[in-house]
Design a protein around this ligand. Structure first.
Ligand code: CO8
Length: 374
């Protein structure tokens, strides 16, 4: 018989720096005014388009975001830089992303009542890794002293749920005993802080989850994984062309198309129904009604998306207690958003309560896990 799989611990590491909408908008607007002044003549002649101004009120109303945490604040608000300033590290030092991952992993291990010796598989799953190899996951494995194997995987906003699917399958099929799935989302180096439409969207964070067999679980707050479902459908509406081939194509490696860019309105319109149908279908395949859900740990990209998805399924607005929002404080943290919500809002769940973690985003990619409190 296949192993029963549980999530036994979750860890959240939050950077110490935070940037408010007001700070971000003040710096963007100063940069835009400066740009417009420098290009006044060309703008006047219609050869250059003037940079539009941003507004903190728009950001909060359109997205629900009030602030975001960042790994390095220096540089982001400097109108002569408009990108974080992160000191390079030597090859024999722990890399930035591994450091974030290790911090979250330690917290997840503690919550799961496990040590590094209990883990035999590490998955670092996120929107970007800071290098191709050696895998960040292998660096984290070494830093924590874990025996077994480790690998990186990239699935943008659904990296966490897709990583958990790998962990679920591994534990179920006994190719691993206990898995750490870590999401060190260092998004700020990929944000175009000169783009009014997207400069406010992202924040940095790291989350981690321990997945193991129920037979070995010794955690106070464990959840049975009733099911995992992943789906993808190709779309160019959220894209980053950053990659190693730029070296050969002679394109600017950090040109605007190499950074995060999107058609936000289309994403909103197309992804909301996909996510709602996905959740409904996943629950139905397990004989669970939407009304039975005690909690929804949804992807945190936009508060209006979350409200729309839950309303479509429930026929009414979900309360904060049912579908908690963290993006006011954290902004969109790519794949980590739903896991932050889970980390902050799961300890009050009662035995047999059912909840769903669901991610949706670039790819498009959608992933969900149905969890039941033990
Ligand atoms: N300040 C003031 N006005 C603004 C601003 C601003 N900052 N930005 C836009 N406006 C203006 C627009 O120009 C527009 O004006 P007009 O009506 O005159 O044309 C008006 O405000 C409305 O603009 P939009 O239609 O763009 O506004 P929306 O209401 O659609 O809100 C959002 C924009 C917030 C972007 C919204 O569309 C949204 O959230 N969509 C969903 C996007 C989403 O979920 N994307 C997922 C991306 S995350 C992901 O998949 C992970 C990728 C990997 C991580 C990347 C890390 C870097």
């Amino acid at each position: 018989m296949a192993n029963s799989v549980v999530i036994s611990g979750v860890g959240l590491w939050t950077p110490k720096y935070s940037v408010s909408n007001e700070e971000l908008v003040a710096s963007y607007n100063a940069w835009a005014a400066n740009y417009n002044e420098q290009h006044a003549e060309a703008i006047e002649q219609g050869d250059v388009i003037a940079k539009p101004f941003s507004s903190a009120e728009f950001i909060e109303k359109a997205s629900g975001i009030k602030s975001r945490y960042v790994y390095a604040k220096e540089g982001i608000l400097d109108i002569n830089r408009m990108r974080p300033s992160i000191a390079p590290r030597q090859d024999d030092e722990l890399s930035h992303q591994a450091e974030m991952a290790v911090e979250a992993a330690k917290k997840a291990l503690l919550a799961a009542n496990k040590t590094a010796r209990d883990i035999d598989m590490v998955v670092v799953s996120c929107a970007y890794t800071q290098r191709s190899y050696p895998a960040i996951a292998i660096e984290v494995q070494a830093a924590l002293g874990i025996e077994g194997f480790a690998f990186d995987m990239l699935v943008a906003c659904s990296a966490a749920t897709f990583g958990l699917q790998r962990a679920y399958d591994a534990v179920r099929s006994e190719s691993a005993k206990a898995v750490l799935v870590i999401n060190p989302e260092l998004t700020s180096p990929q944000v175009n802080y000169k783009d009014r439409d997207s400069h406010f969207i992202f924040g940095d964070v790291a989350t981690a989850i321990v997945v193991e067999s129920e037979a070995t679980c010794r955690s106070q707050h464990a959840f049975d994984v009733l099911g995992v479902k992943c789906v993808t459908s190709y779309s160019n509406n959220i894209r980053s062309n950053f990659g190693y081939v730029s070296f050969a194509t002679d394109e600017a490696p950090y040109g605007v198309d190499k950074l995060f860019h999107q058609n936000g309105r289309k994403v909103f319109k197309e992804v909301c129904p996909m996510a709602a149908e996905h959740i409904e279908g996943h629950l139905a395949s397990h004989g669970i009604e939407v009304s039975q859900l005690r909690r929804w740990w949804l992807h945190q990209a936009n508060i209006n998306m979350n409200l729309l998805i839950s309303k479509r399924l429930l026929g009414r607005d979900a309360s904060f207690d049912e579908a908690p929002i963290v993006l006011d404080e954290y902004a969109n943290t790519a794949s980590a958003g739903s896991i932050i919500a889970f980390a902050k809002y799961h300890e009050d769940m009662q035995a047999n309560d059912i909840g769903v973690i669901c991610s949706f985003g670039a790819g498009y990619s959608i992933g969900s896990l149905i969890l039941q409190k033990r």
